[in-house]
Design a protein around this ligand. Structure first.
Ligand code: CP
Length: 336
């Protein structure tokens, strides 16, 4: 049995096969790969795209989806082993995962960090526990990475470069840029953008305001290793012009600086000084006709200007649509 927890566990070839199957299902959406199968979708955090695209995808493959969430009446869960459960949690993940596995064929989990202690959050305890105690495959619907978003992102980039006769992804300059946001957000999509771009052979630059915004070493090291294997070098810069010069992809995301988890007030003072990291027309003029994307939701004119986001080089809607197709491919692969 195989889970889909992080793309780090899957080879580029395997991921490309999922994307290729996603394209086939985009062309022919209705199928029977999940006929008579049930998928539990556990959301511990909000969602628009993930919840809708998984539910629709299960239906299109002939299956049935059940959405579970704390606001929908689910028992509060405990994820630590060996604790005395005299707090708020009524049920341990051991029982929840084991019992759900008796009812359903796949389990999707969304569980963001708690934003208090990164050394704890980086253990990704919730999905790790589900994978450990479930006897059916588990899919990461966003925890500290967002692997479904990664495949949707790669598919959108490949499709647009192919359509425009610009070739494949290998060697193209990919800029993952931090952008301002009034709140400190999850690093999941940033971690994901970094590792998937490197895995697919792109020439990756991480642009962020200061050293404090560099991502977790686990993802930096994964990306650096893949870049090295591809004859490239992962670059980190705080210089906007250097990053944008010649870029062929600009992926925008905001995230909170890891050293400030749990003490956000001083981080906000730093973050507020970097509102100018917005993706705008002036910066985009430095690029090599770069494609732009964002995972969404996205605050307009805070992260990306209207002119860039609504312009011809933005593939964010394609990326969002692709969530449906790639997730169907993932569910089909895991359930078969
Ligand atoms: N990109 C993404 O996962 O969107 P939602 O948070 O709306 O699901």
């Amino acid at each position: 049995m195989r889970h889909f927890l992080t793309t780090a566990d899957w080879t580029r070839r395997e991921l490309q096969a999922l994307i290729d199957d996603a394209r086939a299902m985009q062309a022919s959406p209705i199928g029977g790969a999940l006929k008579d199968k049930t998928v539990a979708l556990l959301f511990l955090n909000n969602s628009l795209r993930t919840r809708t695209s998984f539910d629709v995808g299960v239906q299109q493959l002939g299956g049935h989806a059940i959405v579970l969430s704390p606001s929908g009446g689910m028992w509060p869960l405990e994820f630590e082993d060996g604790v005395v459960m005299d707090g708020d949690a009524e049920e341990h993940v051991r029982e929840a995962a084991a019992v759900l596995s008796r009812y359903v064929d796949l389990i999707g989990v969304r569980a963001f960090p708690k934003f208090v202690d990164w050394s704890e959050d980086r253990k990704d305890k919730v999905i790790t526990a589900f994978a450990k105690y479930s006897s059916v495959p588990v899919i990461n619907m966003e925890t500290i990475t967002h692997p479904c978003q990664e495949l949707a992102h790669v598919m959108a980039l490949q499709d647009r470069f192919e359509r425009d006769g610009r070739g494949g992804l290998d060697g193209k300059k990919y800029v993952l840029t931090w952008t301002y946001h009034p709140k400190p957000l999850n690093t999941a999509v940033a971690n994901s953008g970094l590792i998937i771009a490197a895995k697919f052979g792109m020439d990756v630059t991480l642009l962020c305001p200061t050293e404090e915004y560099v991502l977790d070493r686990r993802y930096m090291e994964l990306a650096a290793a893949d870049c090295k294997a591809n004859g490239l070098k992962l670059r980190v810069t705080h210089d906007i012009d250097e990053a944008y010069d010649g870029a062929e992809v600009v992926y925008a995301k905001s995230w909170g600086a890891l050293p400030y988890f749990g003490e956000w007030a001083p981080e906000k003072d730093i973050r507020d000084r970097y509102r100018h990291f917005i993706v705008d027309e002036e910066k985009m003029r430095r690029t090599n006709d770069a494609l732009v994307s964002h995972c969404l939701p996205m605050r307009r004119n805070v992260k990306i200007t209207d002119a860039v986001f609504d312009g011809p080089n933005c593939v964010a809607y394609d990326e969002a649509e692709n969530r449906l197709h790639v997730q169907k491919a993932i569910m089909k692969a895991l359930a078969s």
